[in-house]
Ligand binder design. Sequence first.
Ligand SMILES: Nc1ncnc2c1ncn2[C@@H]1O[C@H](COP(=O)(O)OP(=O)(O)OP(=O)(O)O)[C@@H](O)[C@H]1O
Length: 482
Amino acid sequence: MASLLSGGDAGAAESELLSSHLSNLIPRKSLRGLKSTTVPGLDASITNSEDDEEEDIVDLAANSLLNKLIRQSLVESTHRVEVLQKDPSSPLYSVKTFEELRLKEELLKGIYAMGFNRPSKIQEMALPMMLAHPPQNLIAQSQSGTGKTAAFVLAMLSRVNASELFPQCLCLAPTYELALQTGRVVEQMGKFCIDVEVMYAVRGNRAPRGTDITKQIIIGTPGTVLDWCFKRKVIDLNKIRVFVLDEADVMIDTQGFSDQSIRIQRALQPECQMLLFSATFEDSVWQFAERIIPDPNVIKLRKEELTLNNIRQHYVLCDSRKDKYQALCNIYGGITIGQAIIFCQTRRNAKWLTVEMMQDGHQVSLLSGELTVDQRASIIQRFRDGKEKVLITTNVCARGIDVKQVTIVVNFDLPVNQTGEPDYETYLHRIGRTGRFGKKGIAFNMIEVNNLPLLFKIQDHFNSQIKQLDPDDMDEIEKIEY
Ligand SMILES: Nc1ncnc2c1ncn2[C@@H]1O[C@H](COP(=O)(O)OP(=O)(O)OP(=O)(O)O)[C@@H](O)[C@H]1O
C-alpha cells in the first residue's frame, strides 16, 4: 500500500542511535528561551486550551489510518492461521505462490510490480477461498499489516469484467481517508488492468445525476453508498458480485454504520460474494460479522502476545511534576539511551514537559491528539529516522507506535482509567514487547507518593517486579543495564 512517507535504513539508524549517549544532551541552560516552534508537533499545539486537561481519546479510524501511513512492510506472525470452513468436508487449499492462483496475466504483473513475491500467511489460506468457484463468503481477522487489504483487492480485481461498464464490486470503509487508501491499492495492483476504474462514494463526491456510473469498483462510506444506491439510484446492488466490508471493528464503533451496512447487504443478490475483514475480534465484531455475512468461512490469525518479561521496570518516587522532571534528567545523565518515548496522561502535561526538555537542550518531538493524522505520521517517521531522540506523547499514540530502536519507555504519568484505577492494558501496550522480537527494554515510572498504590496494583496484576530507584544515586543509575 502506498505510504506517504519514505522509509529509513532502520538497521543503520539503530546502531547509530544505540551508540549515542544522551548525556550529550545534558541540560544546556543557555538554550532556554529557544523558540518552541523548533519542536516537531509543538507548533500545532502551542496554544493552551481547555482540551489540554483532557486525555486524548483513542480514535480507531485515525489509528488505523496512521498504521497504514507509517507501515513499512508486511507484519509477519509466528502463529498458525486458524480456519473454520462452512463445509468441513470440502478440501482445504492453501497456496505458496501467486502463480498457483491462476490469475489474469495483467493482475499477476501488478502484484509483482508491487514487490510481492509470495502470499502472506493469511493470504495463503484466504486467497484460494476468495477466488474459488462458486464464490465463497469469508470473515477474516488478523492484525493490521498482515495483508488483508491486498487480498480482497486481488479478489475484486480478479472478478471484475472490464468490458462491462457498471459497478460490480462494492467496498465499504469507515472513513473517506481509509477508502482512499484502499483505492490506492486497487490502482497500484490494477495498474495493468486497463479499463478497470475505481470511484469513491464518499461525502463531497457527487454522484453523476441522471447518468449511470460506469466504473466497476466502488469504494465508499456506508452513508454515502446507501444514498447512491437507494436515493440517487446510481448503483444497482443487484449487479454487485463482490461486497467487501473492511475494518469491521472500526465500522461498528461508528454510530449508524452497522445498520447502514446491513441495509446495503440485504439488497444484494444471494450469489454476491460477501467478505468481511477486521483487525480485532471482540464479541461485538463477531456478532456483527455473523449478522451480515451468510454461510461464511472464517479465517483467524492470532496476534503476537505482548509481554513484560524482557522489560526491566523501575519506579522513582517524586513529590511534584517538577521533581519528576528533575529525576528524569538525572536518569538521562546517567545511562546510555538510544531513543526514548515518554507518556503523559494529559496534553497539558505533555506540552509542559516538551517545553521544559526543549529549553534544556534535548531533541524532542511531541505527538498528541490535536495533530492531524498526516502530521502524526510525519512525526513518527522523523523519530524512526532518529531525527529526535525523545518522543513525548499522550495515550492517543500508546498503541500505534512501533519503533524498534526504542529501548526506554517512561511513564511520566501512570495510565489510569476513568474510575481512577490503573489502566493495565495501556500499561502493557506502552512498555510491552512481543515475545518473538524479545529485545530488552527499560521502563521508568515517575510516581507521586499518592499514586504509589496504583503502581503496586500494576505490579500485582502483571506479577512482575517494579524496582524502586533513587534518582539521586548516580552509582545505582549507572549500574542499570539493558
Ligand atoms: N504478499 C505480500 N508480500 C509482500 N508485501 C505485502 C504482501 N501483501 C501485502 N503486502 C504489503 O504489506 C503491507 C500490509 O498489507 P495490507 O495493507 O494488505 O495489510 P492489512 O492487513 O490490510 O492491514 P490494515 O488492516 O492496516 O489495512 C502493505 O504495505 C502491503 O503492500
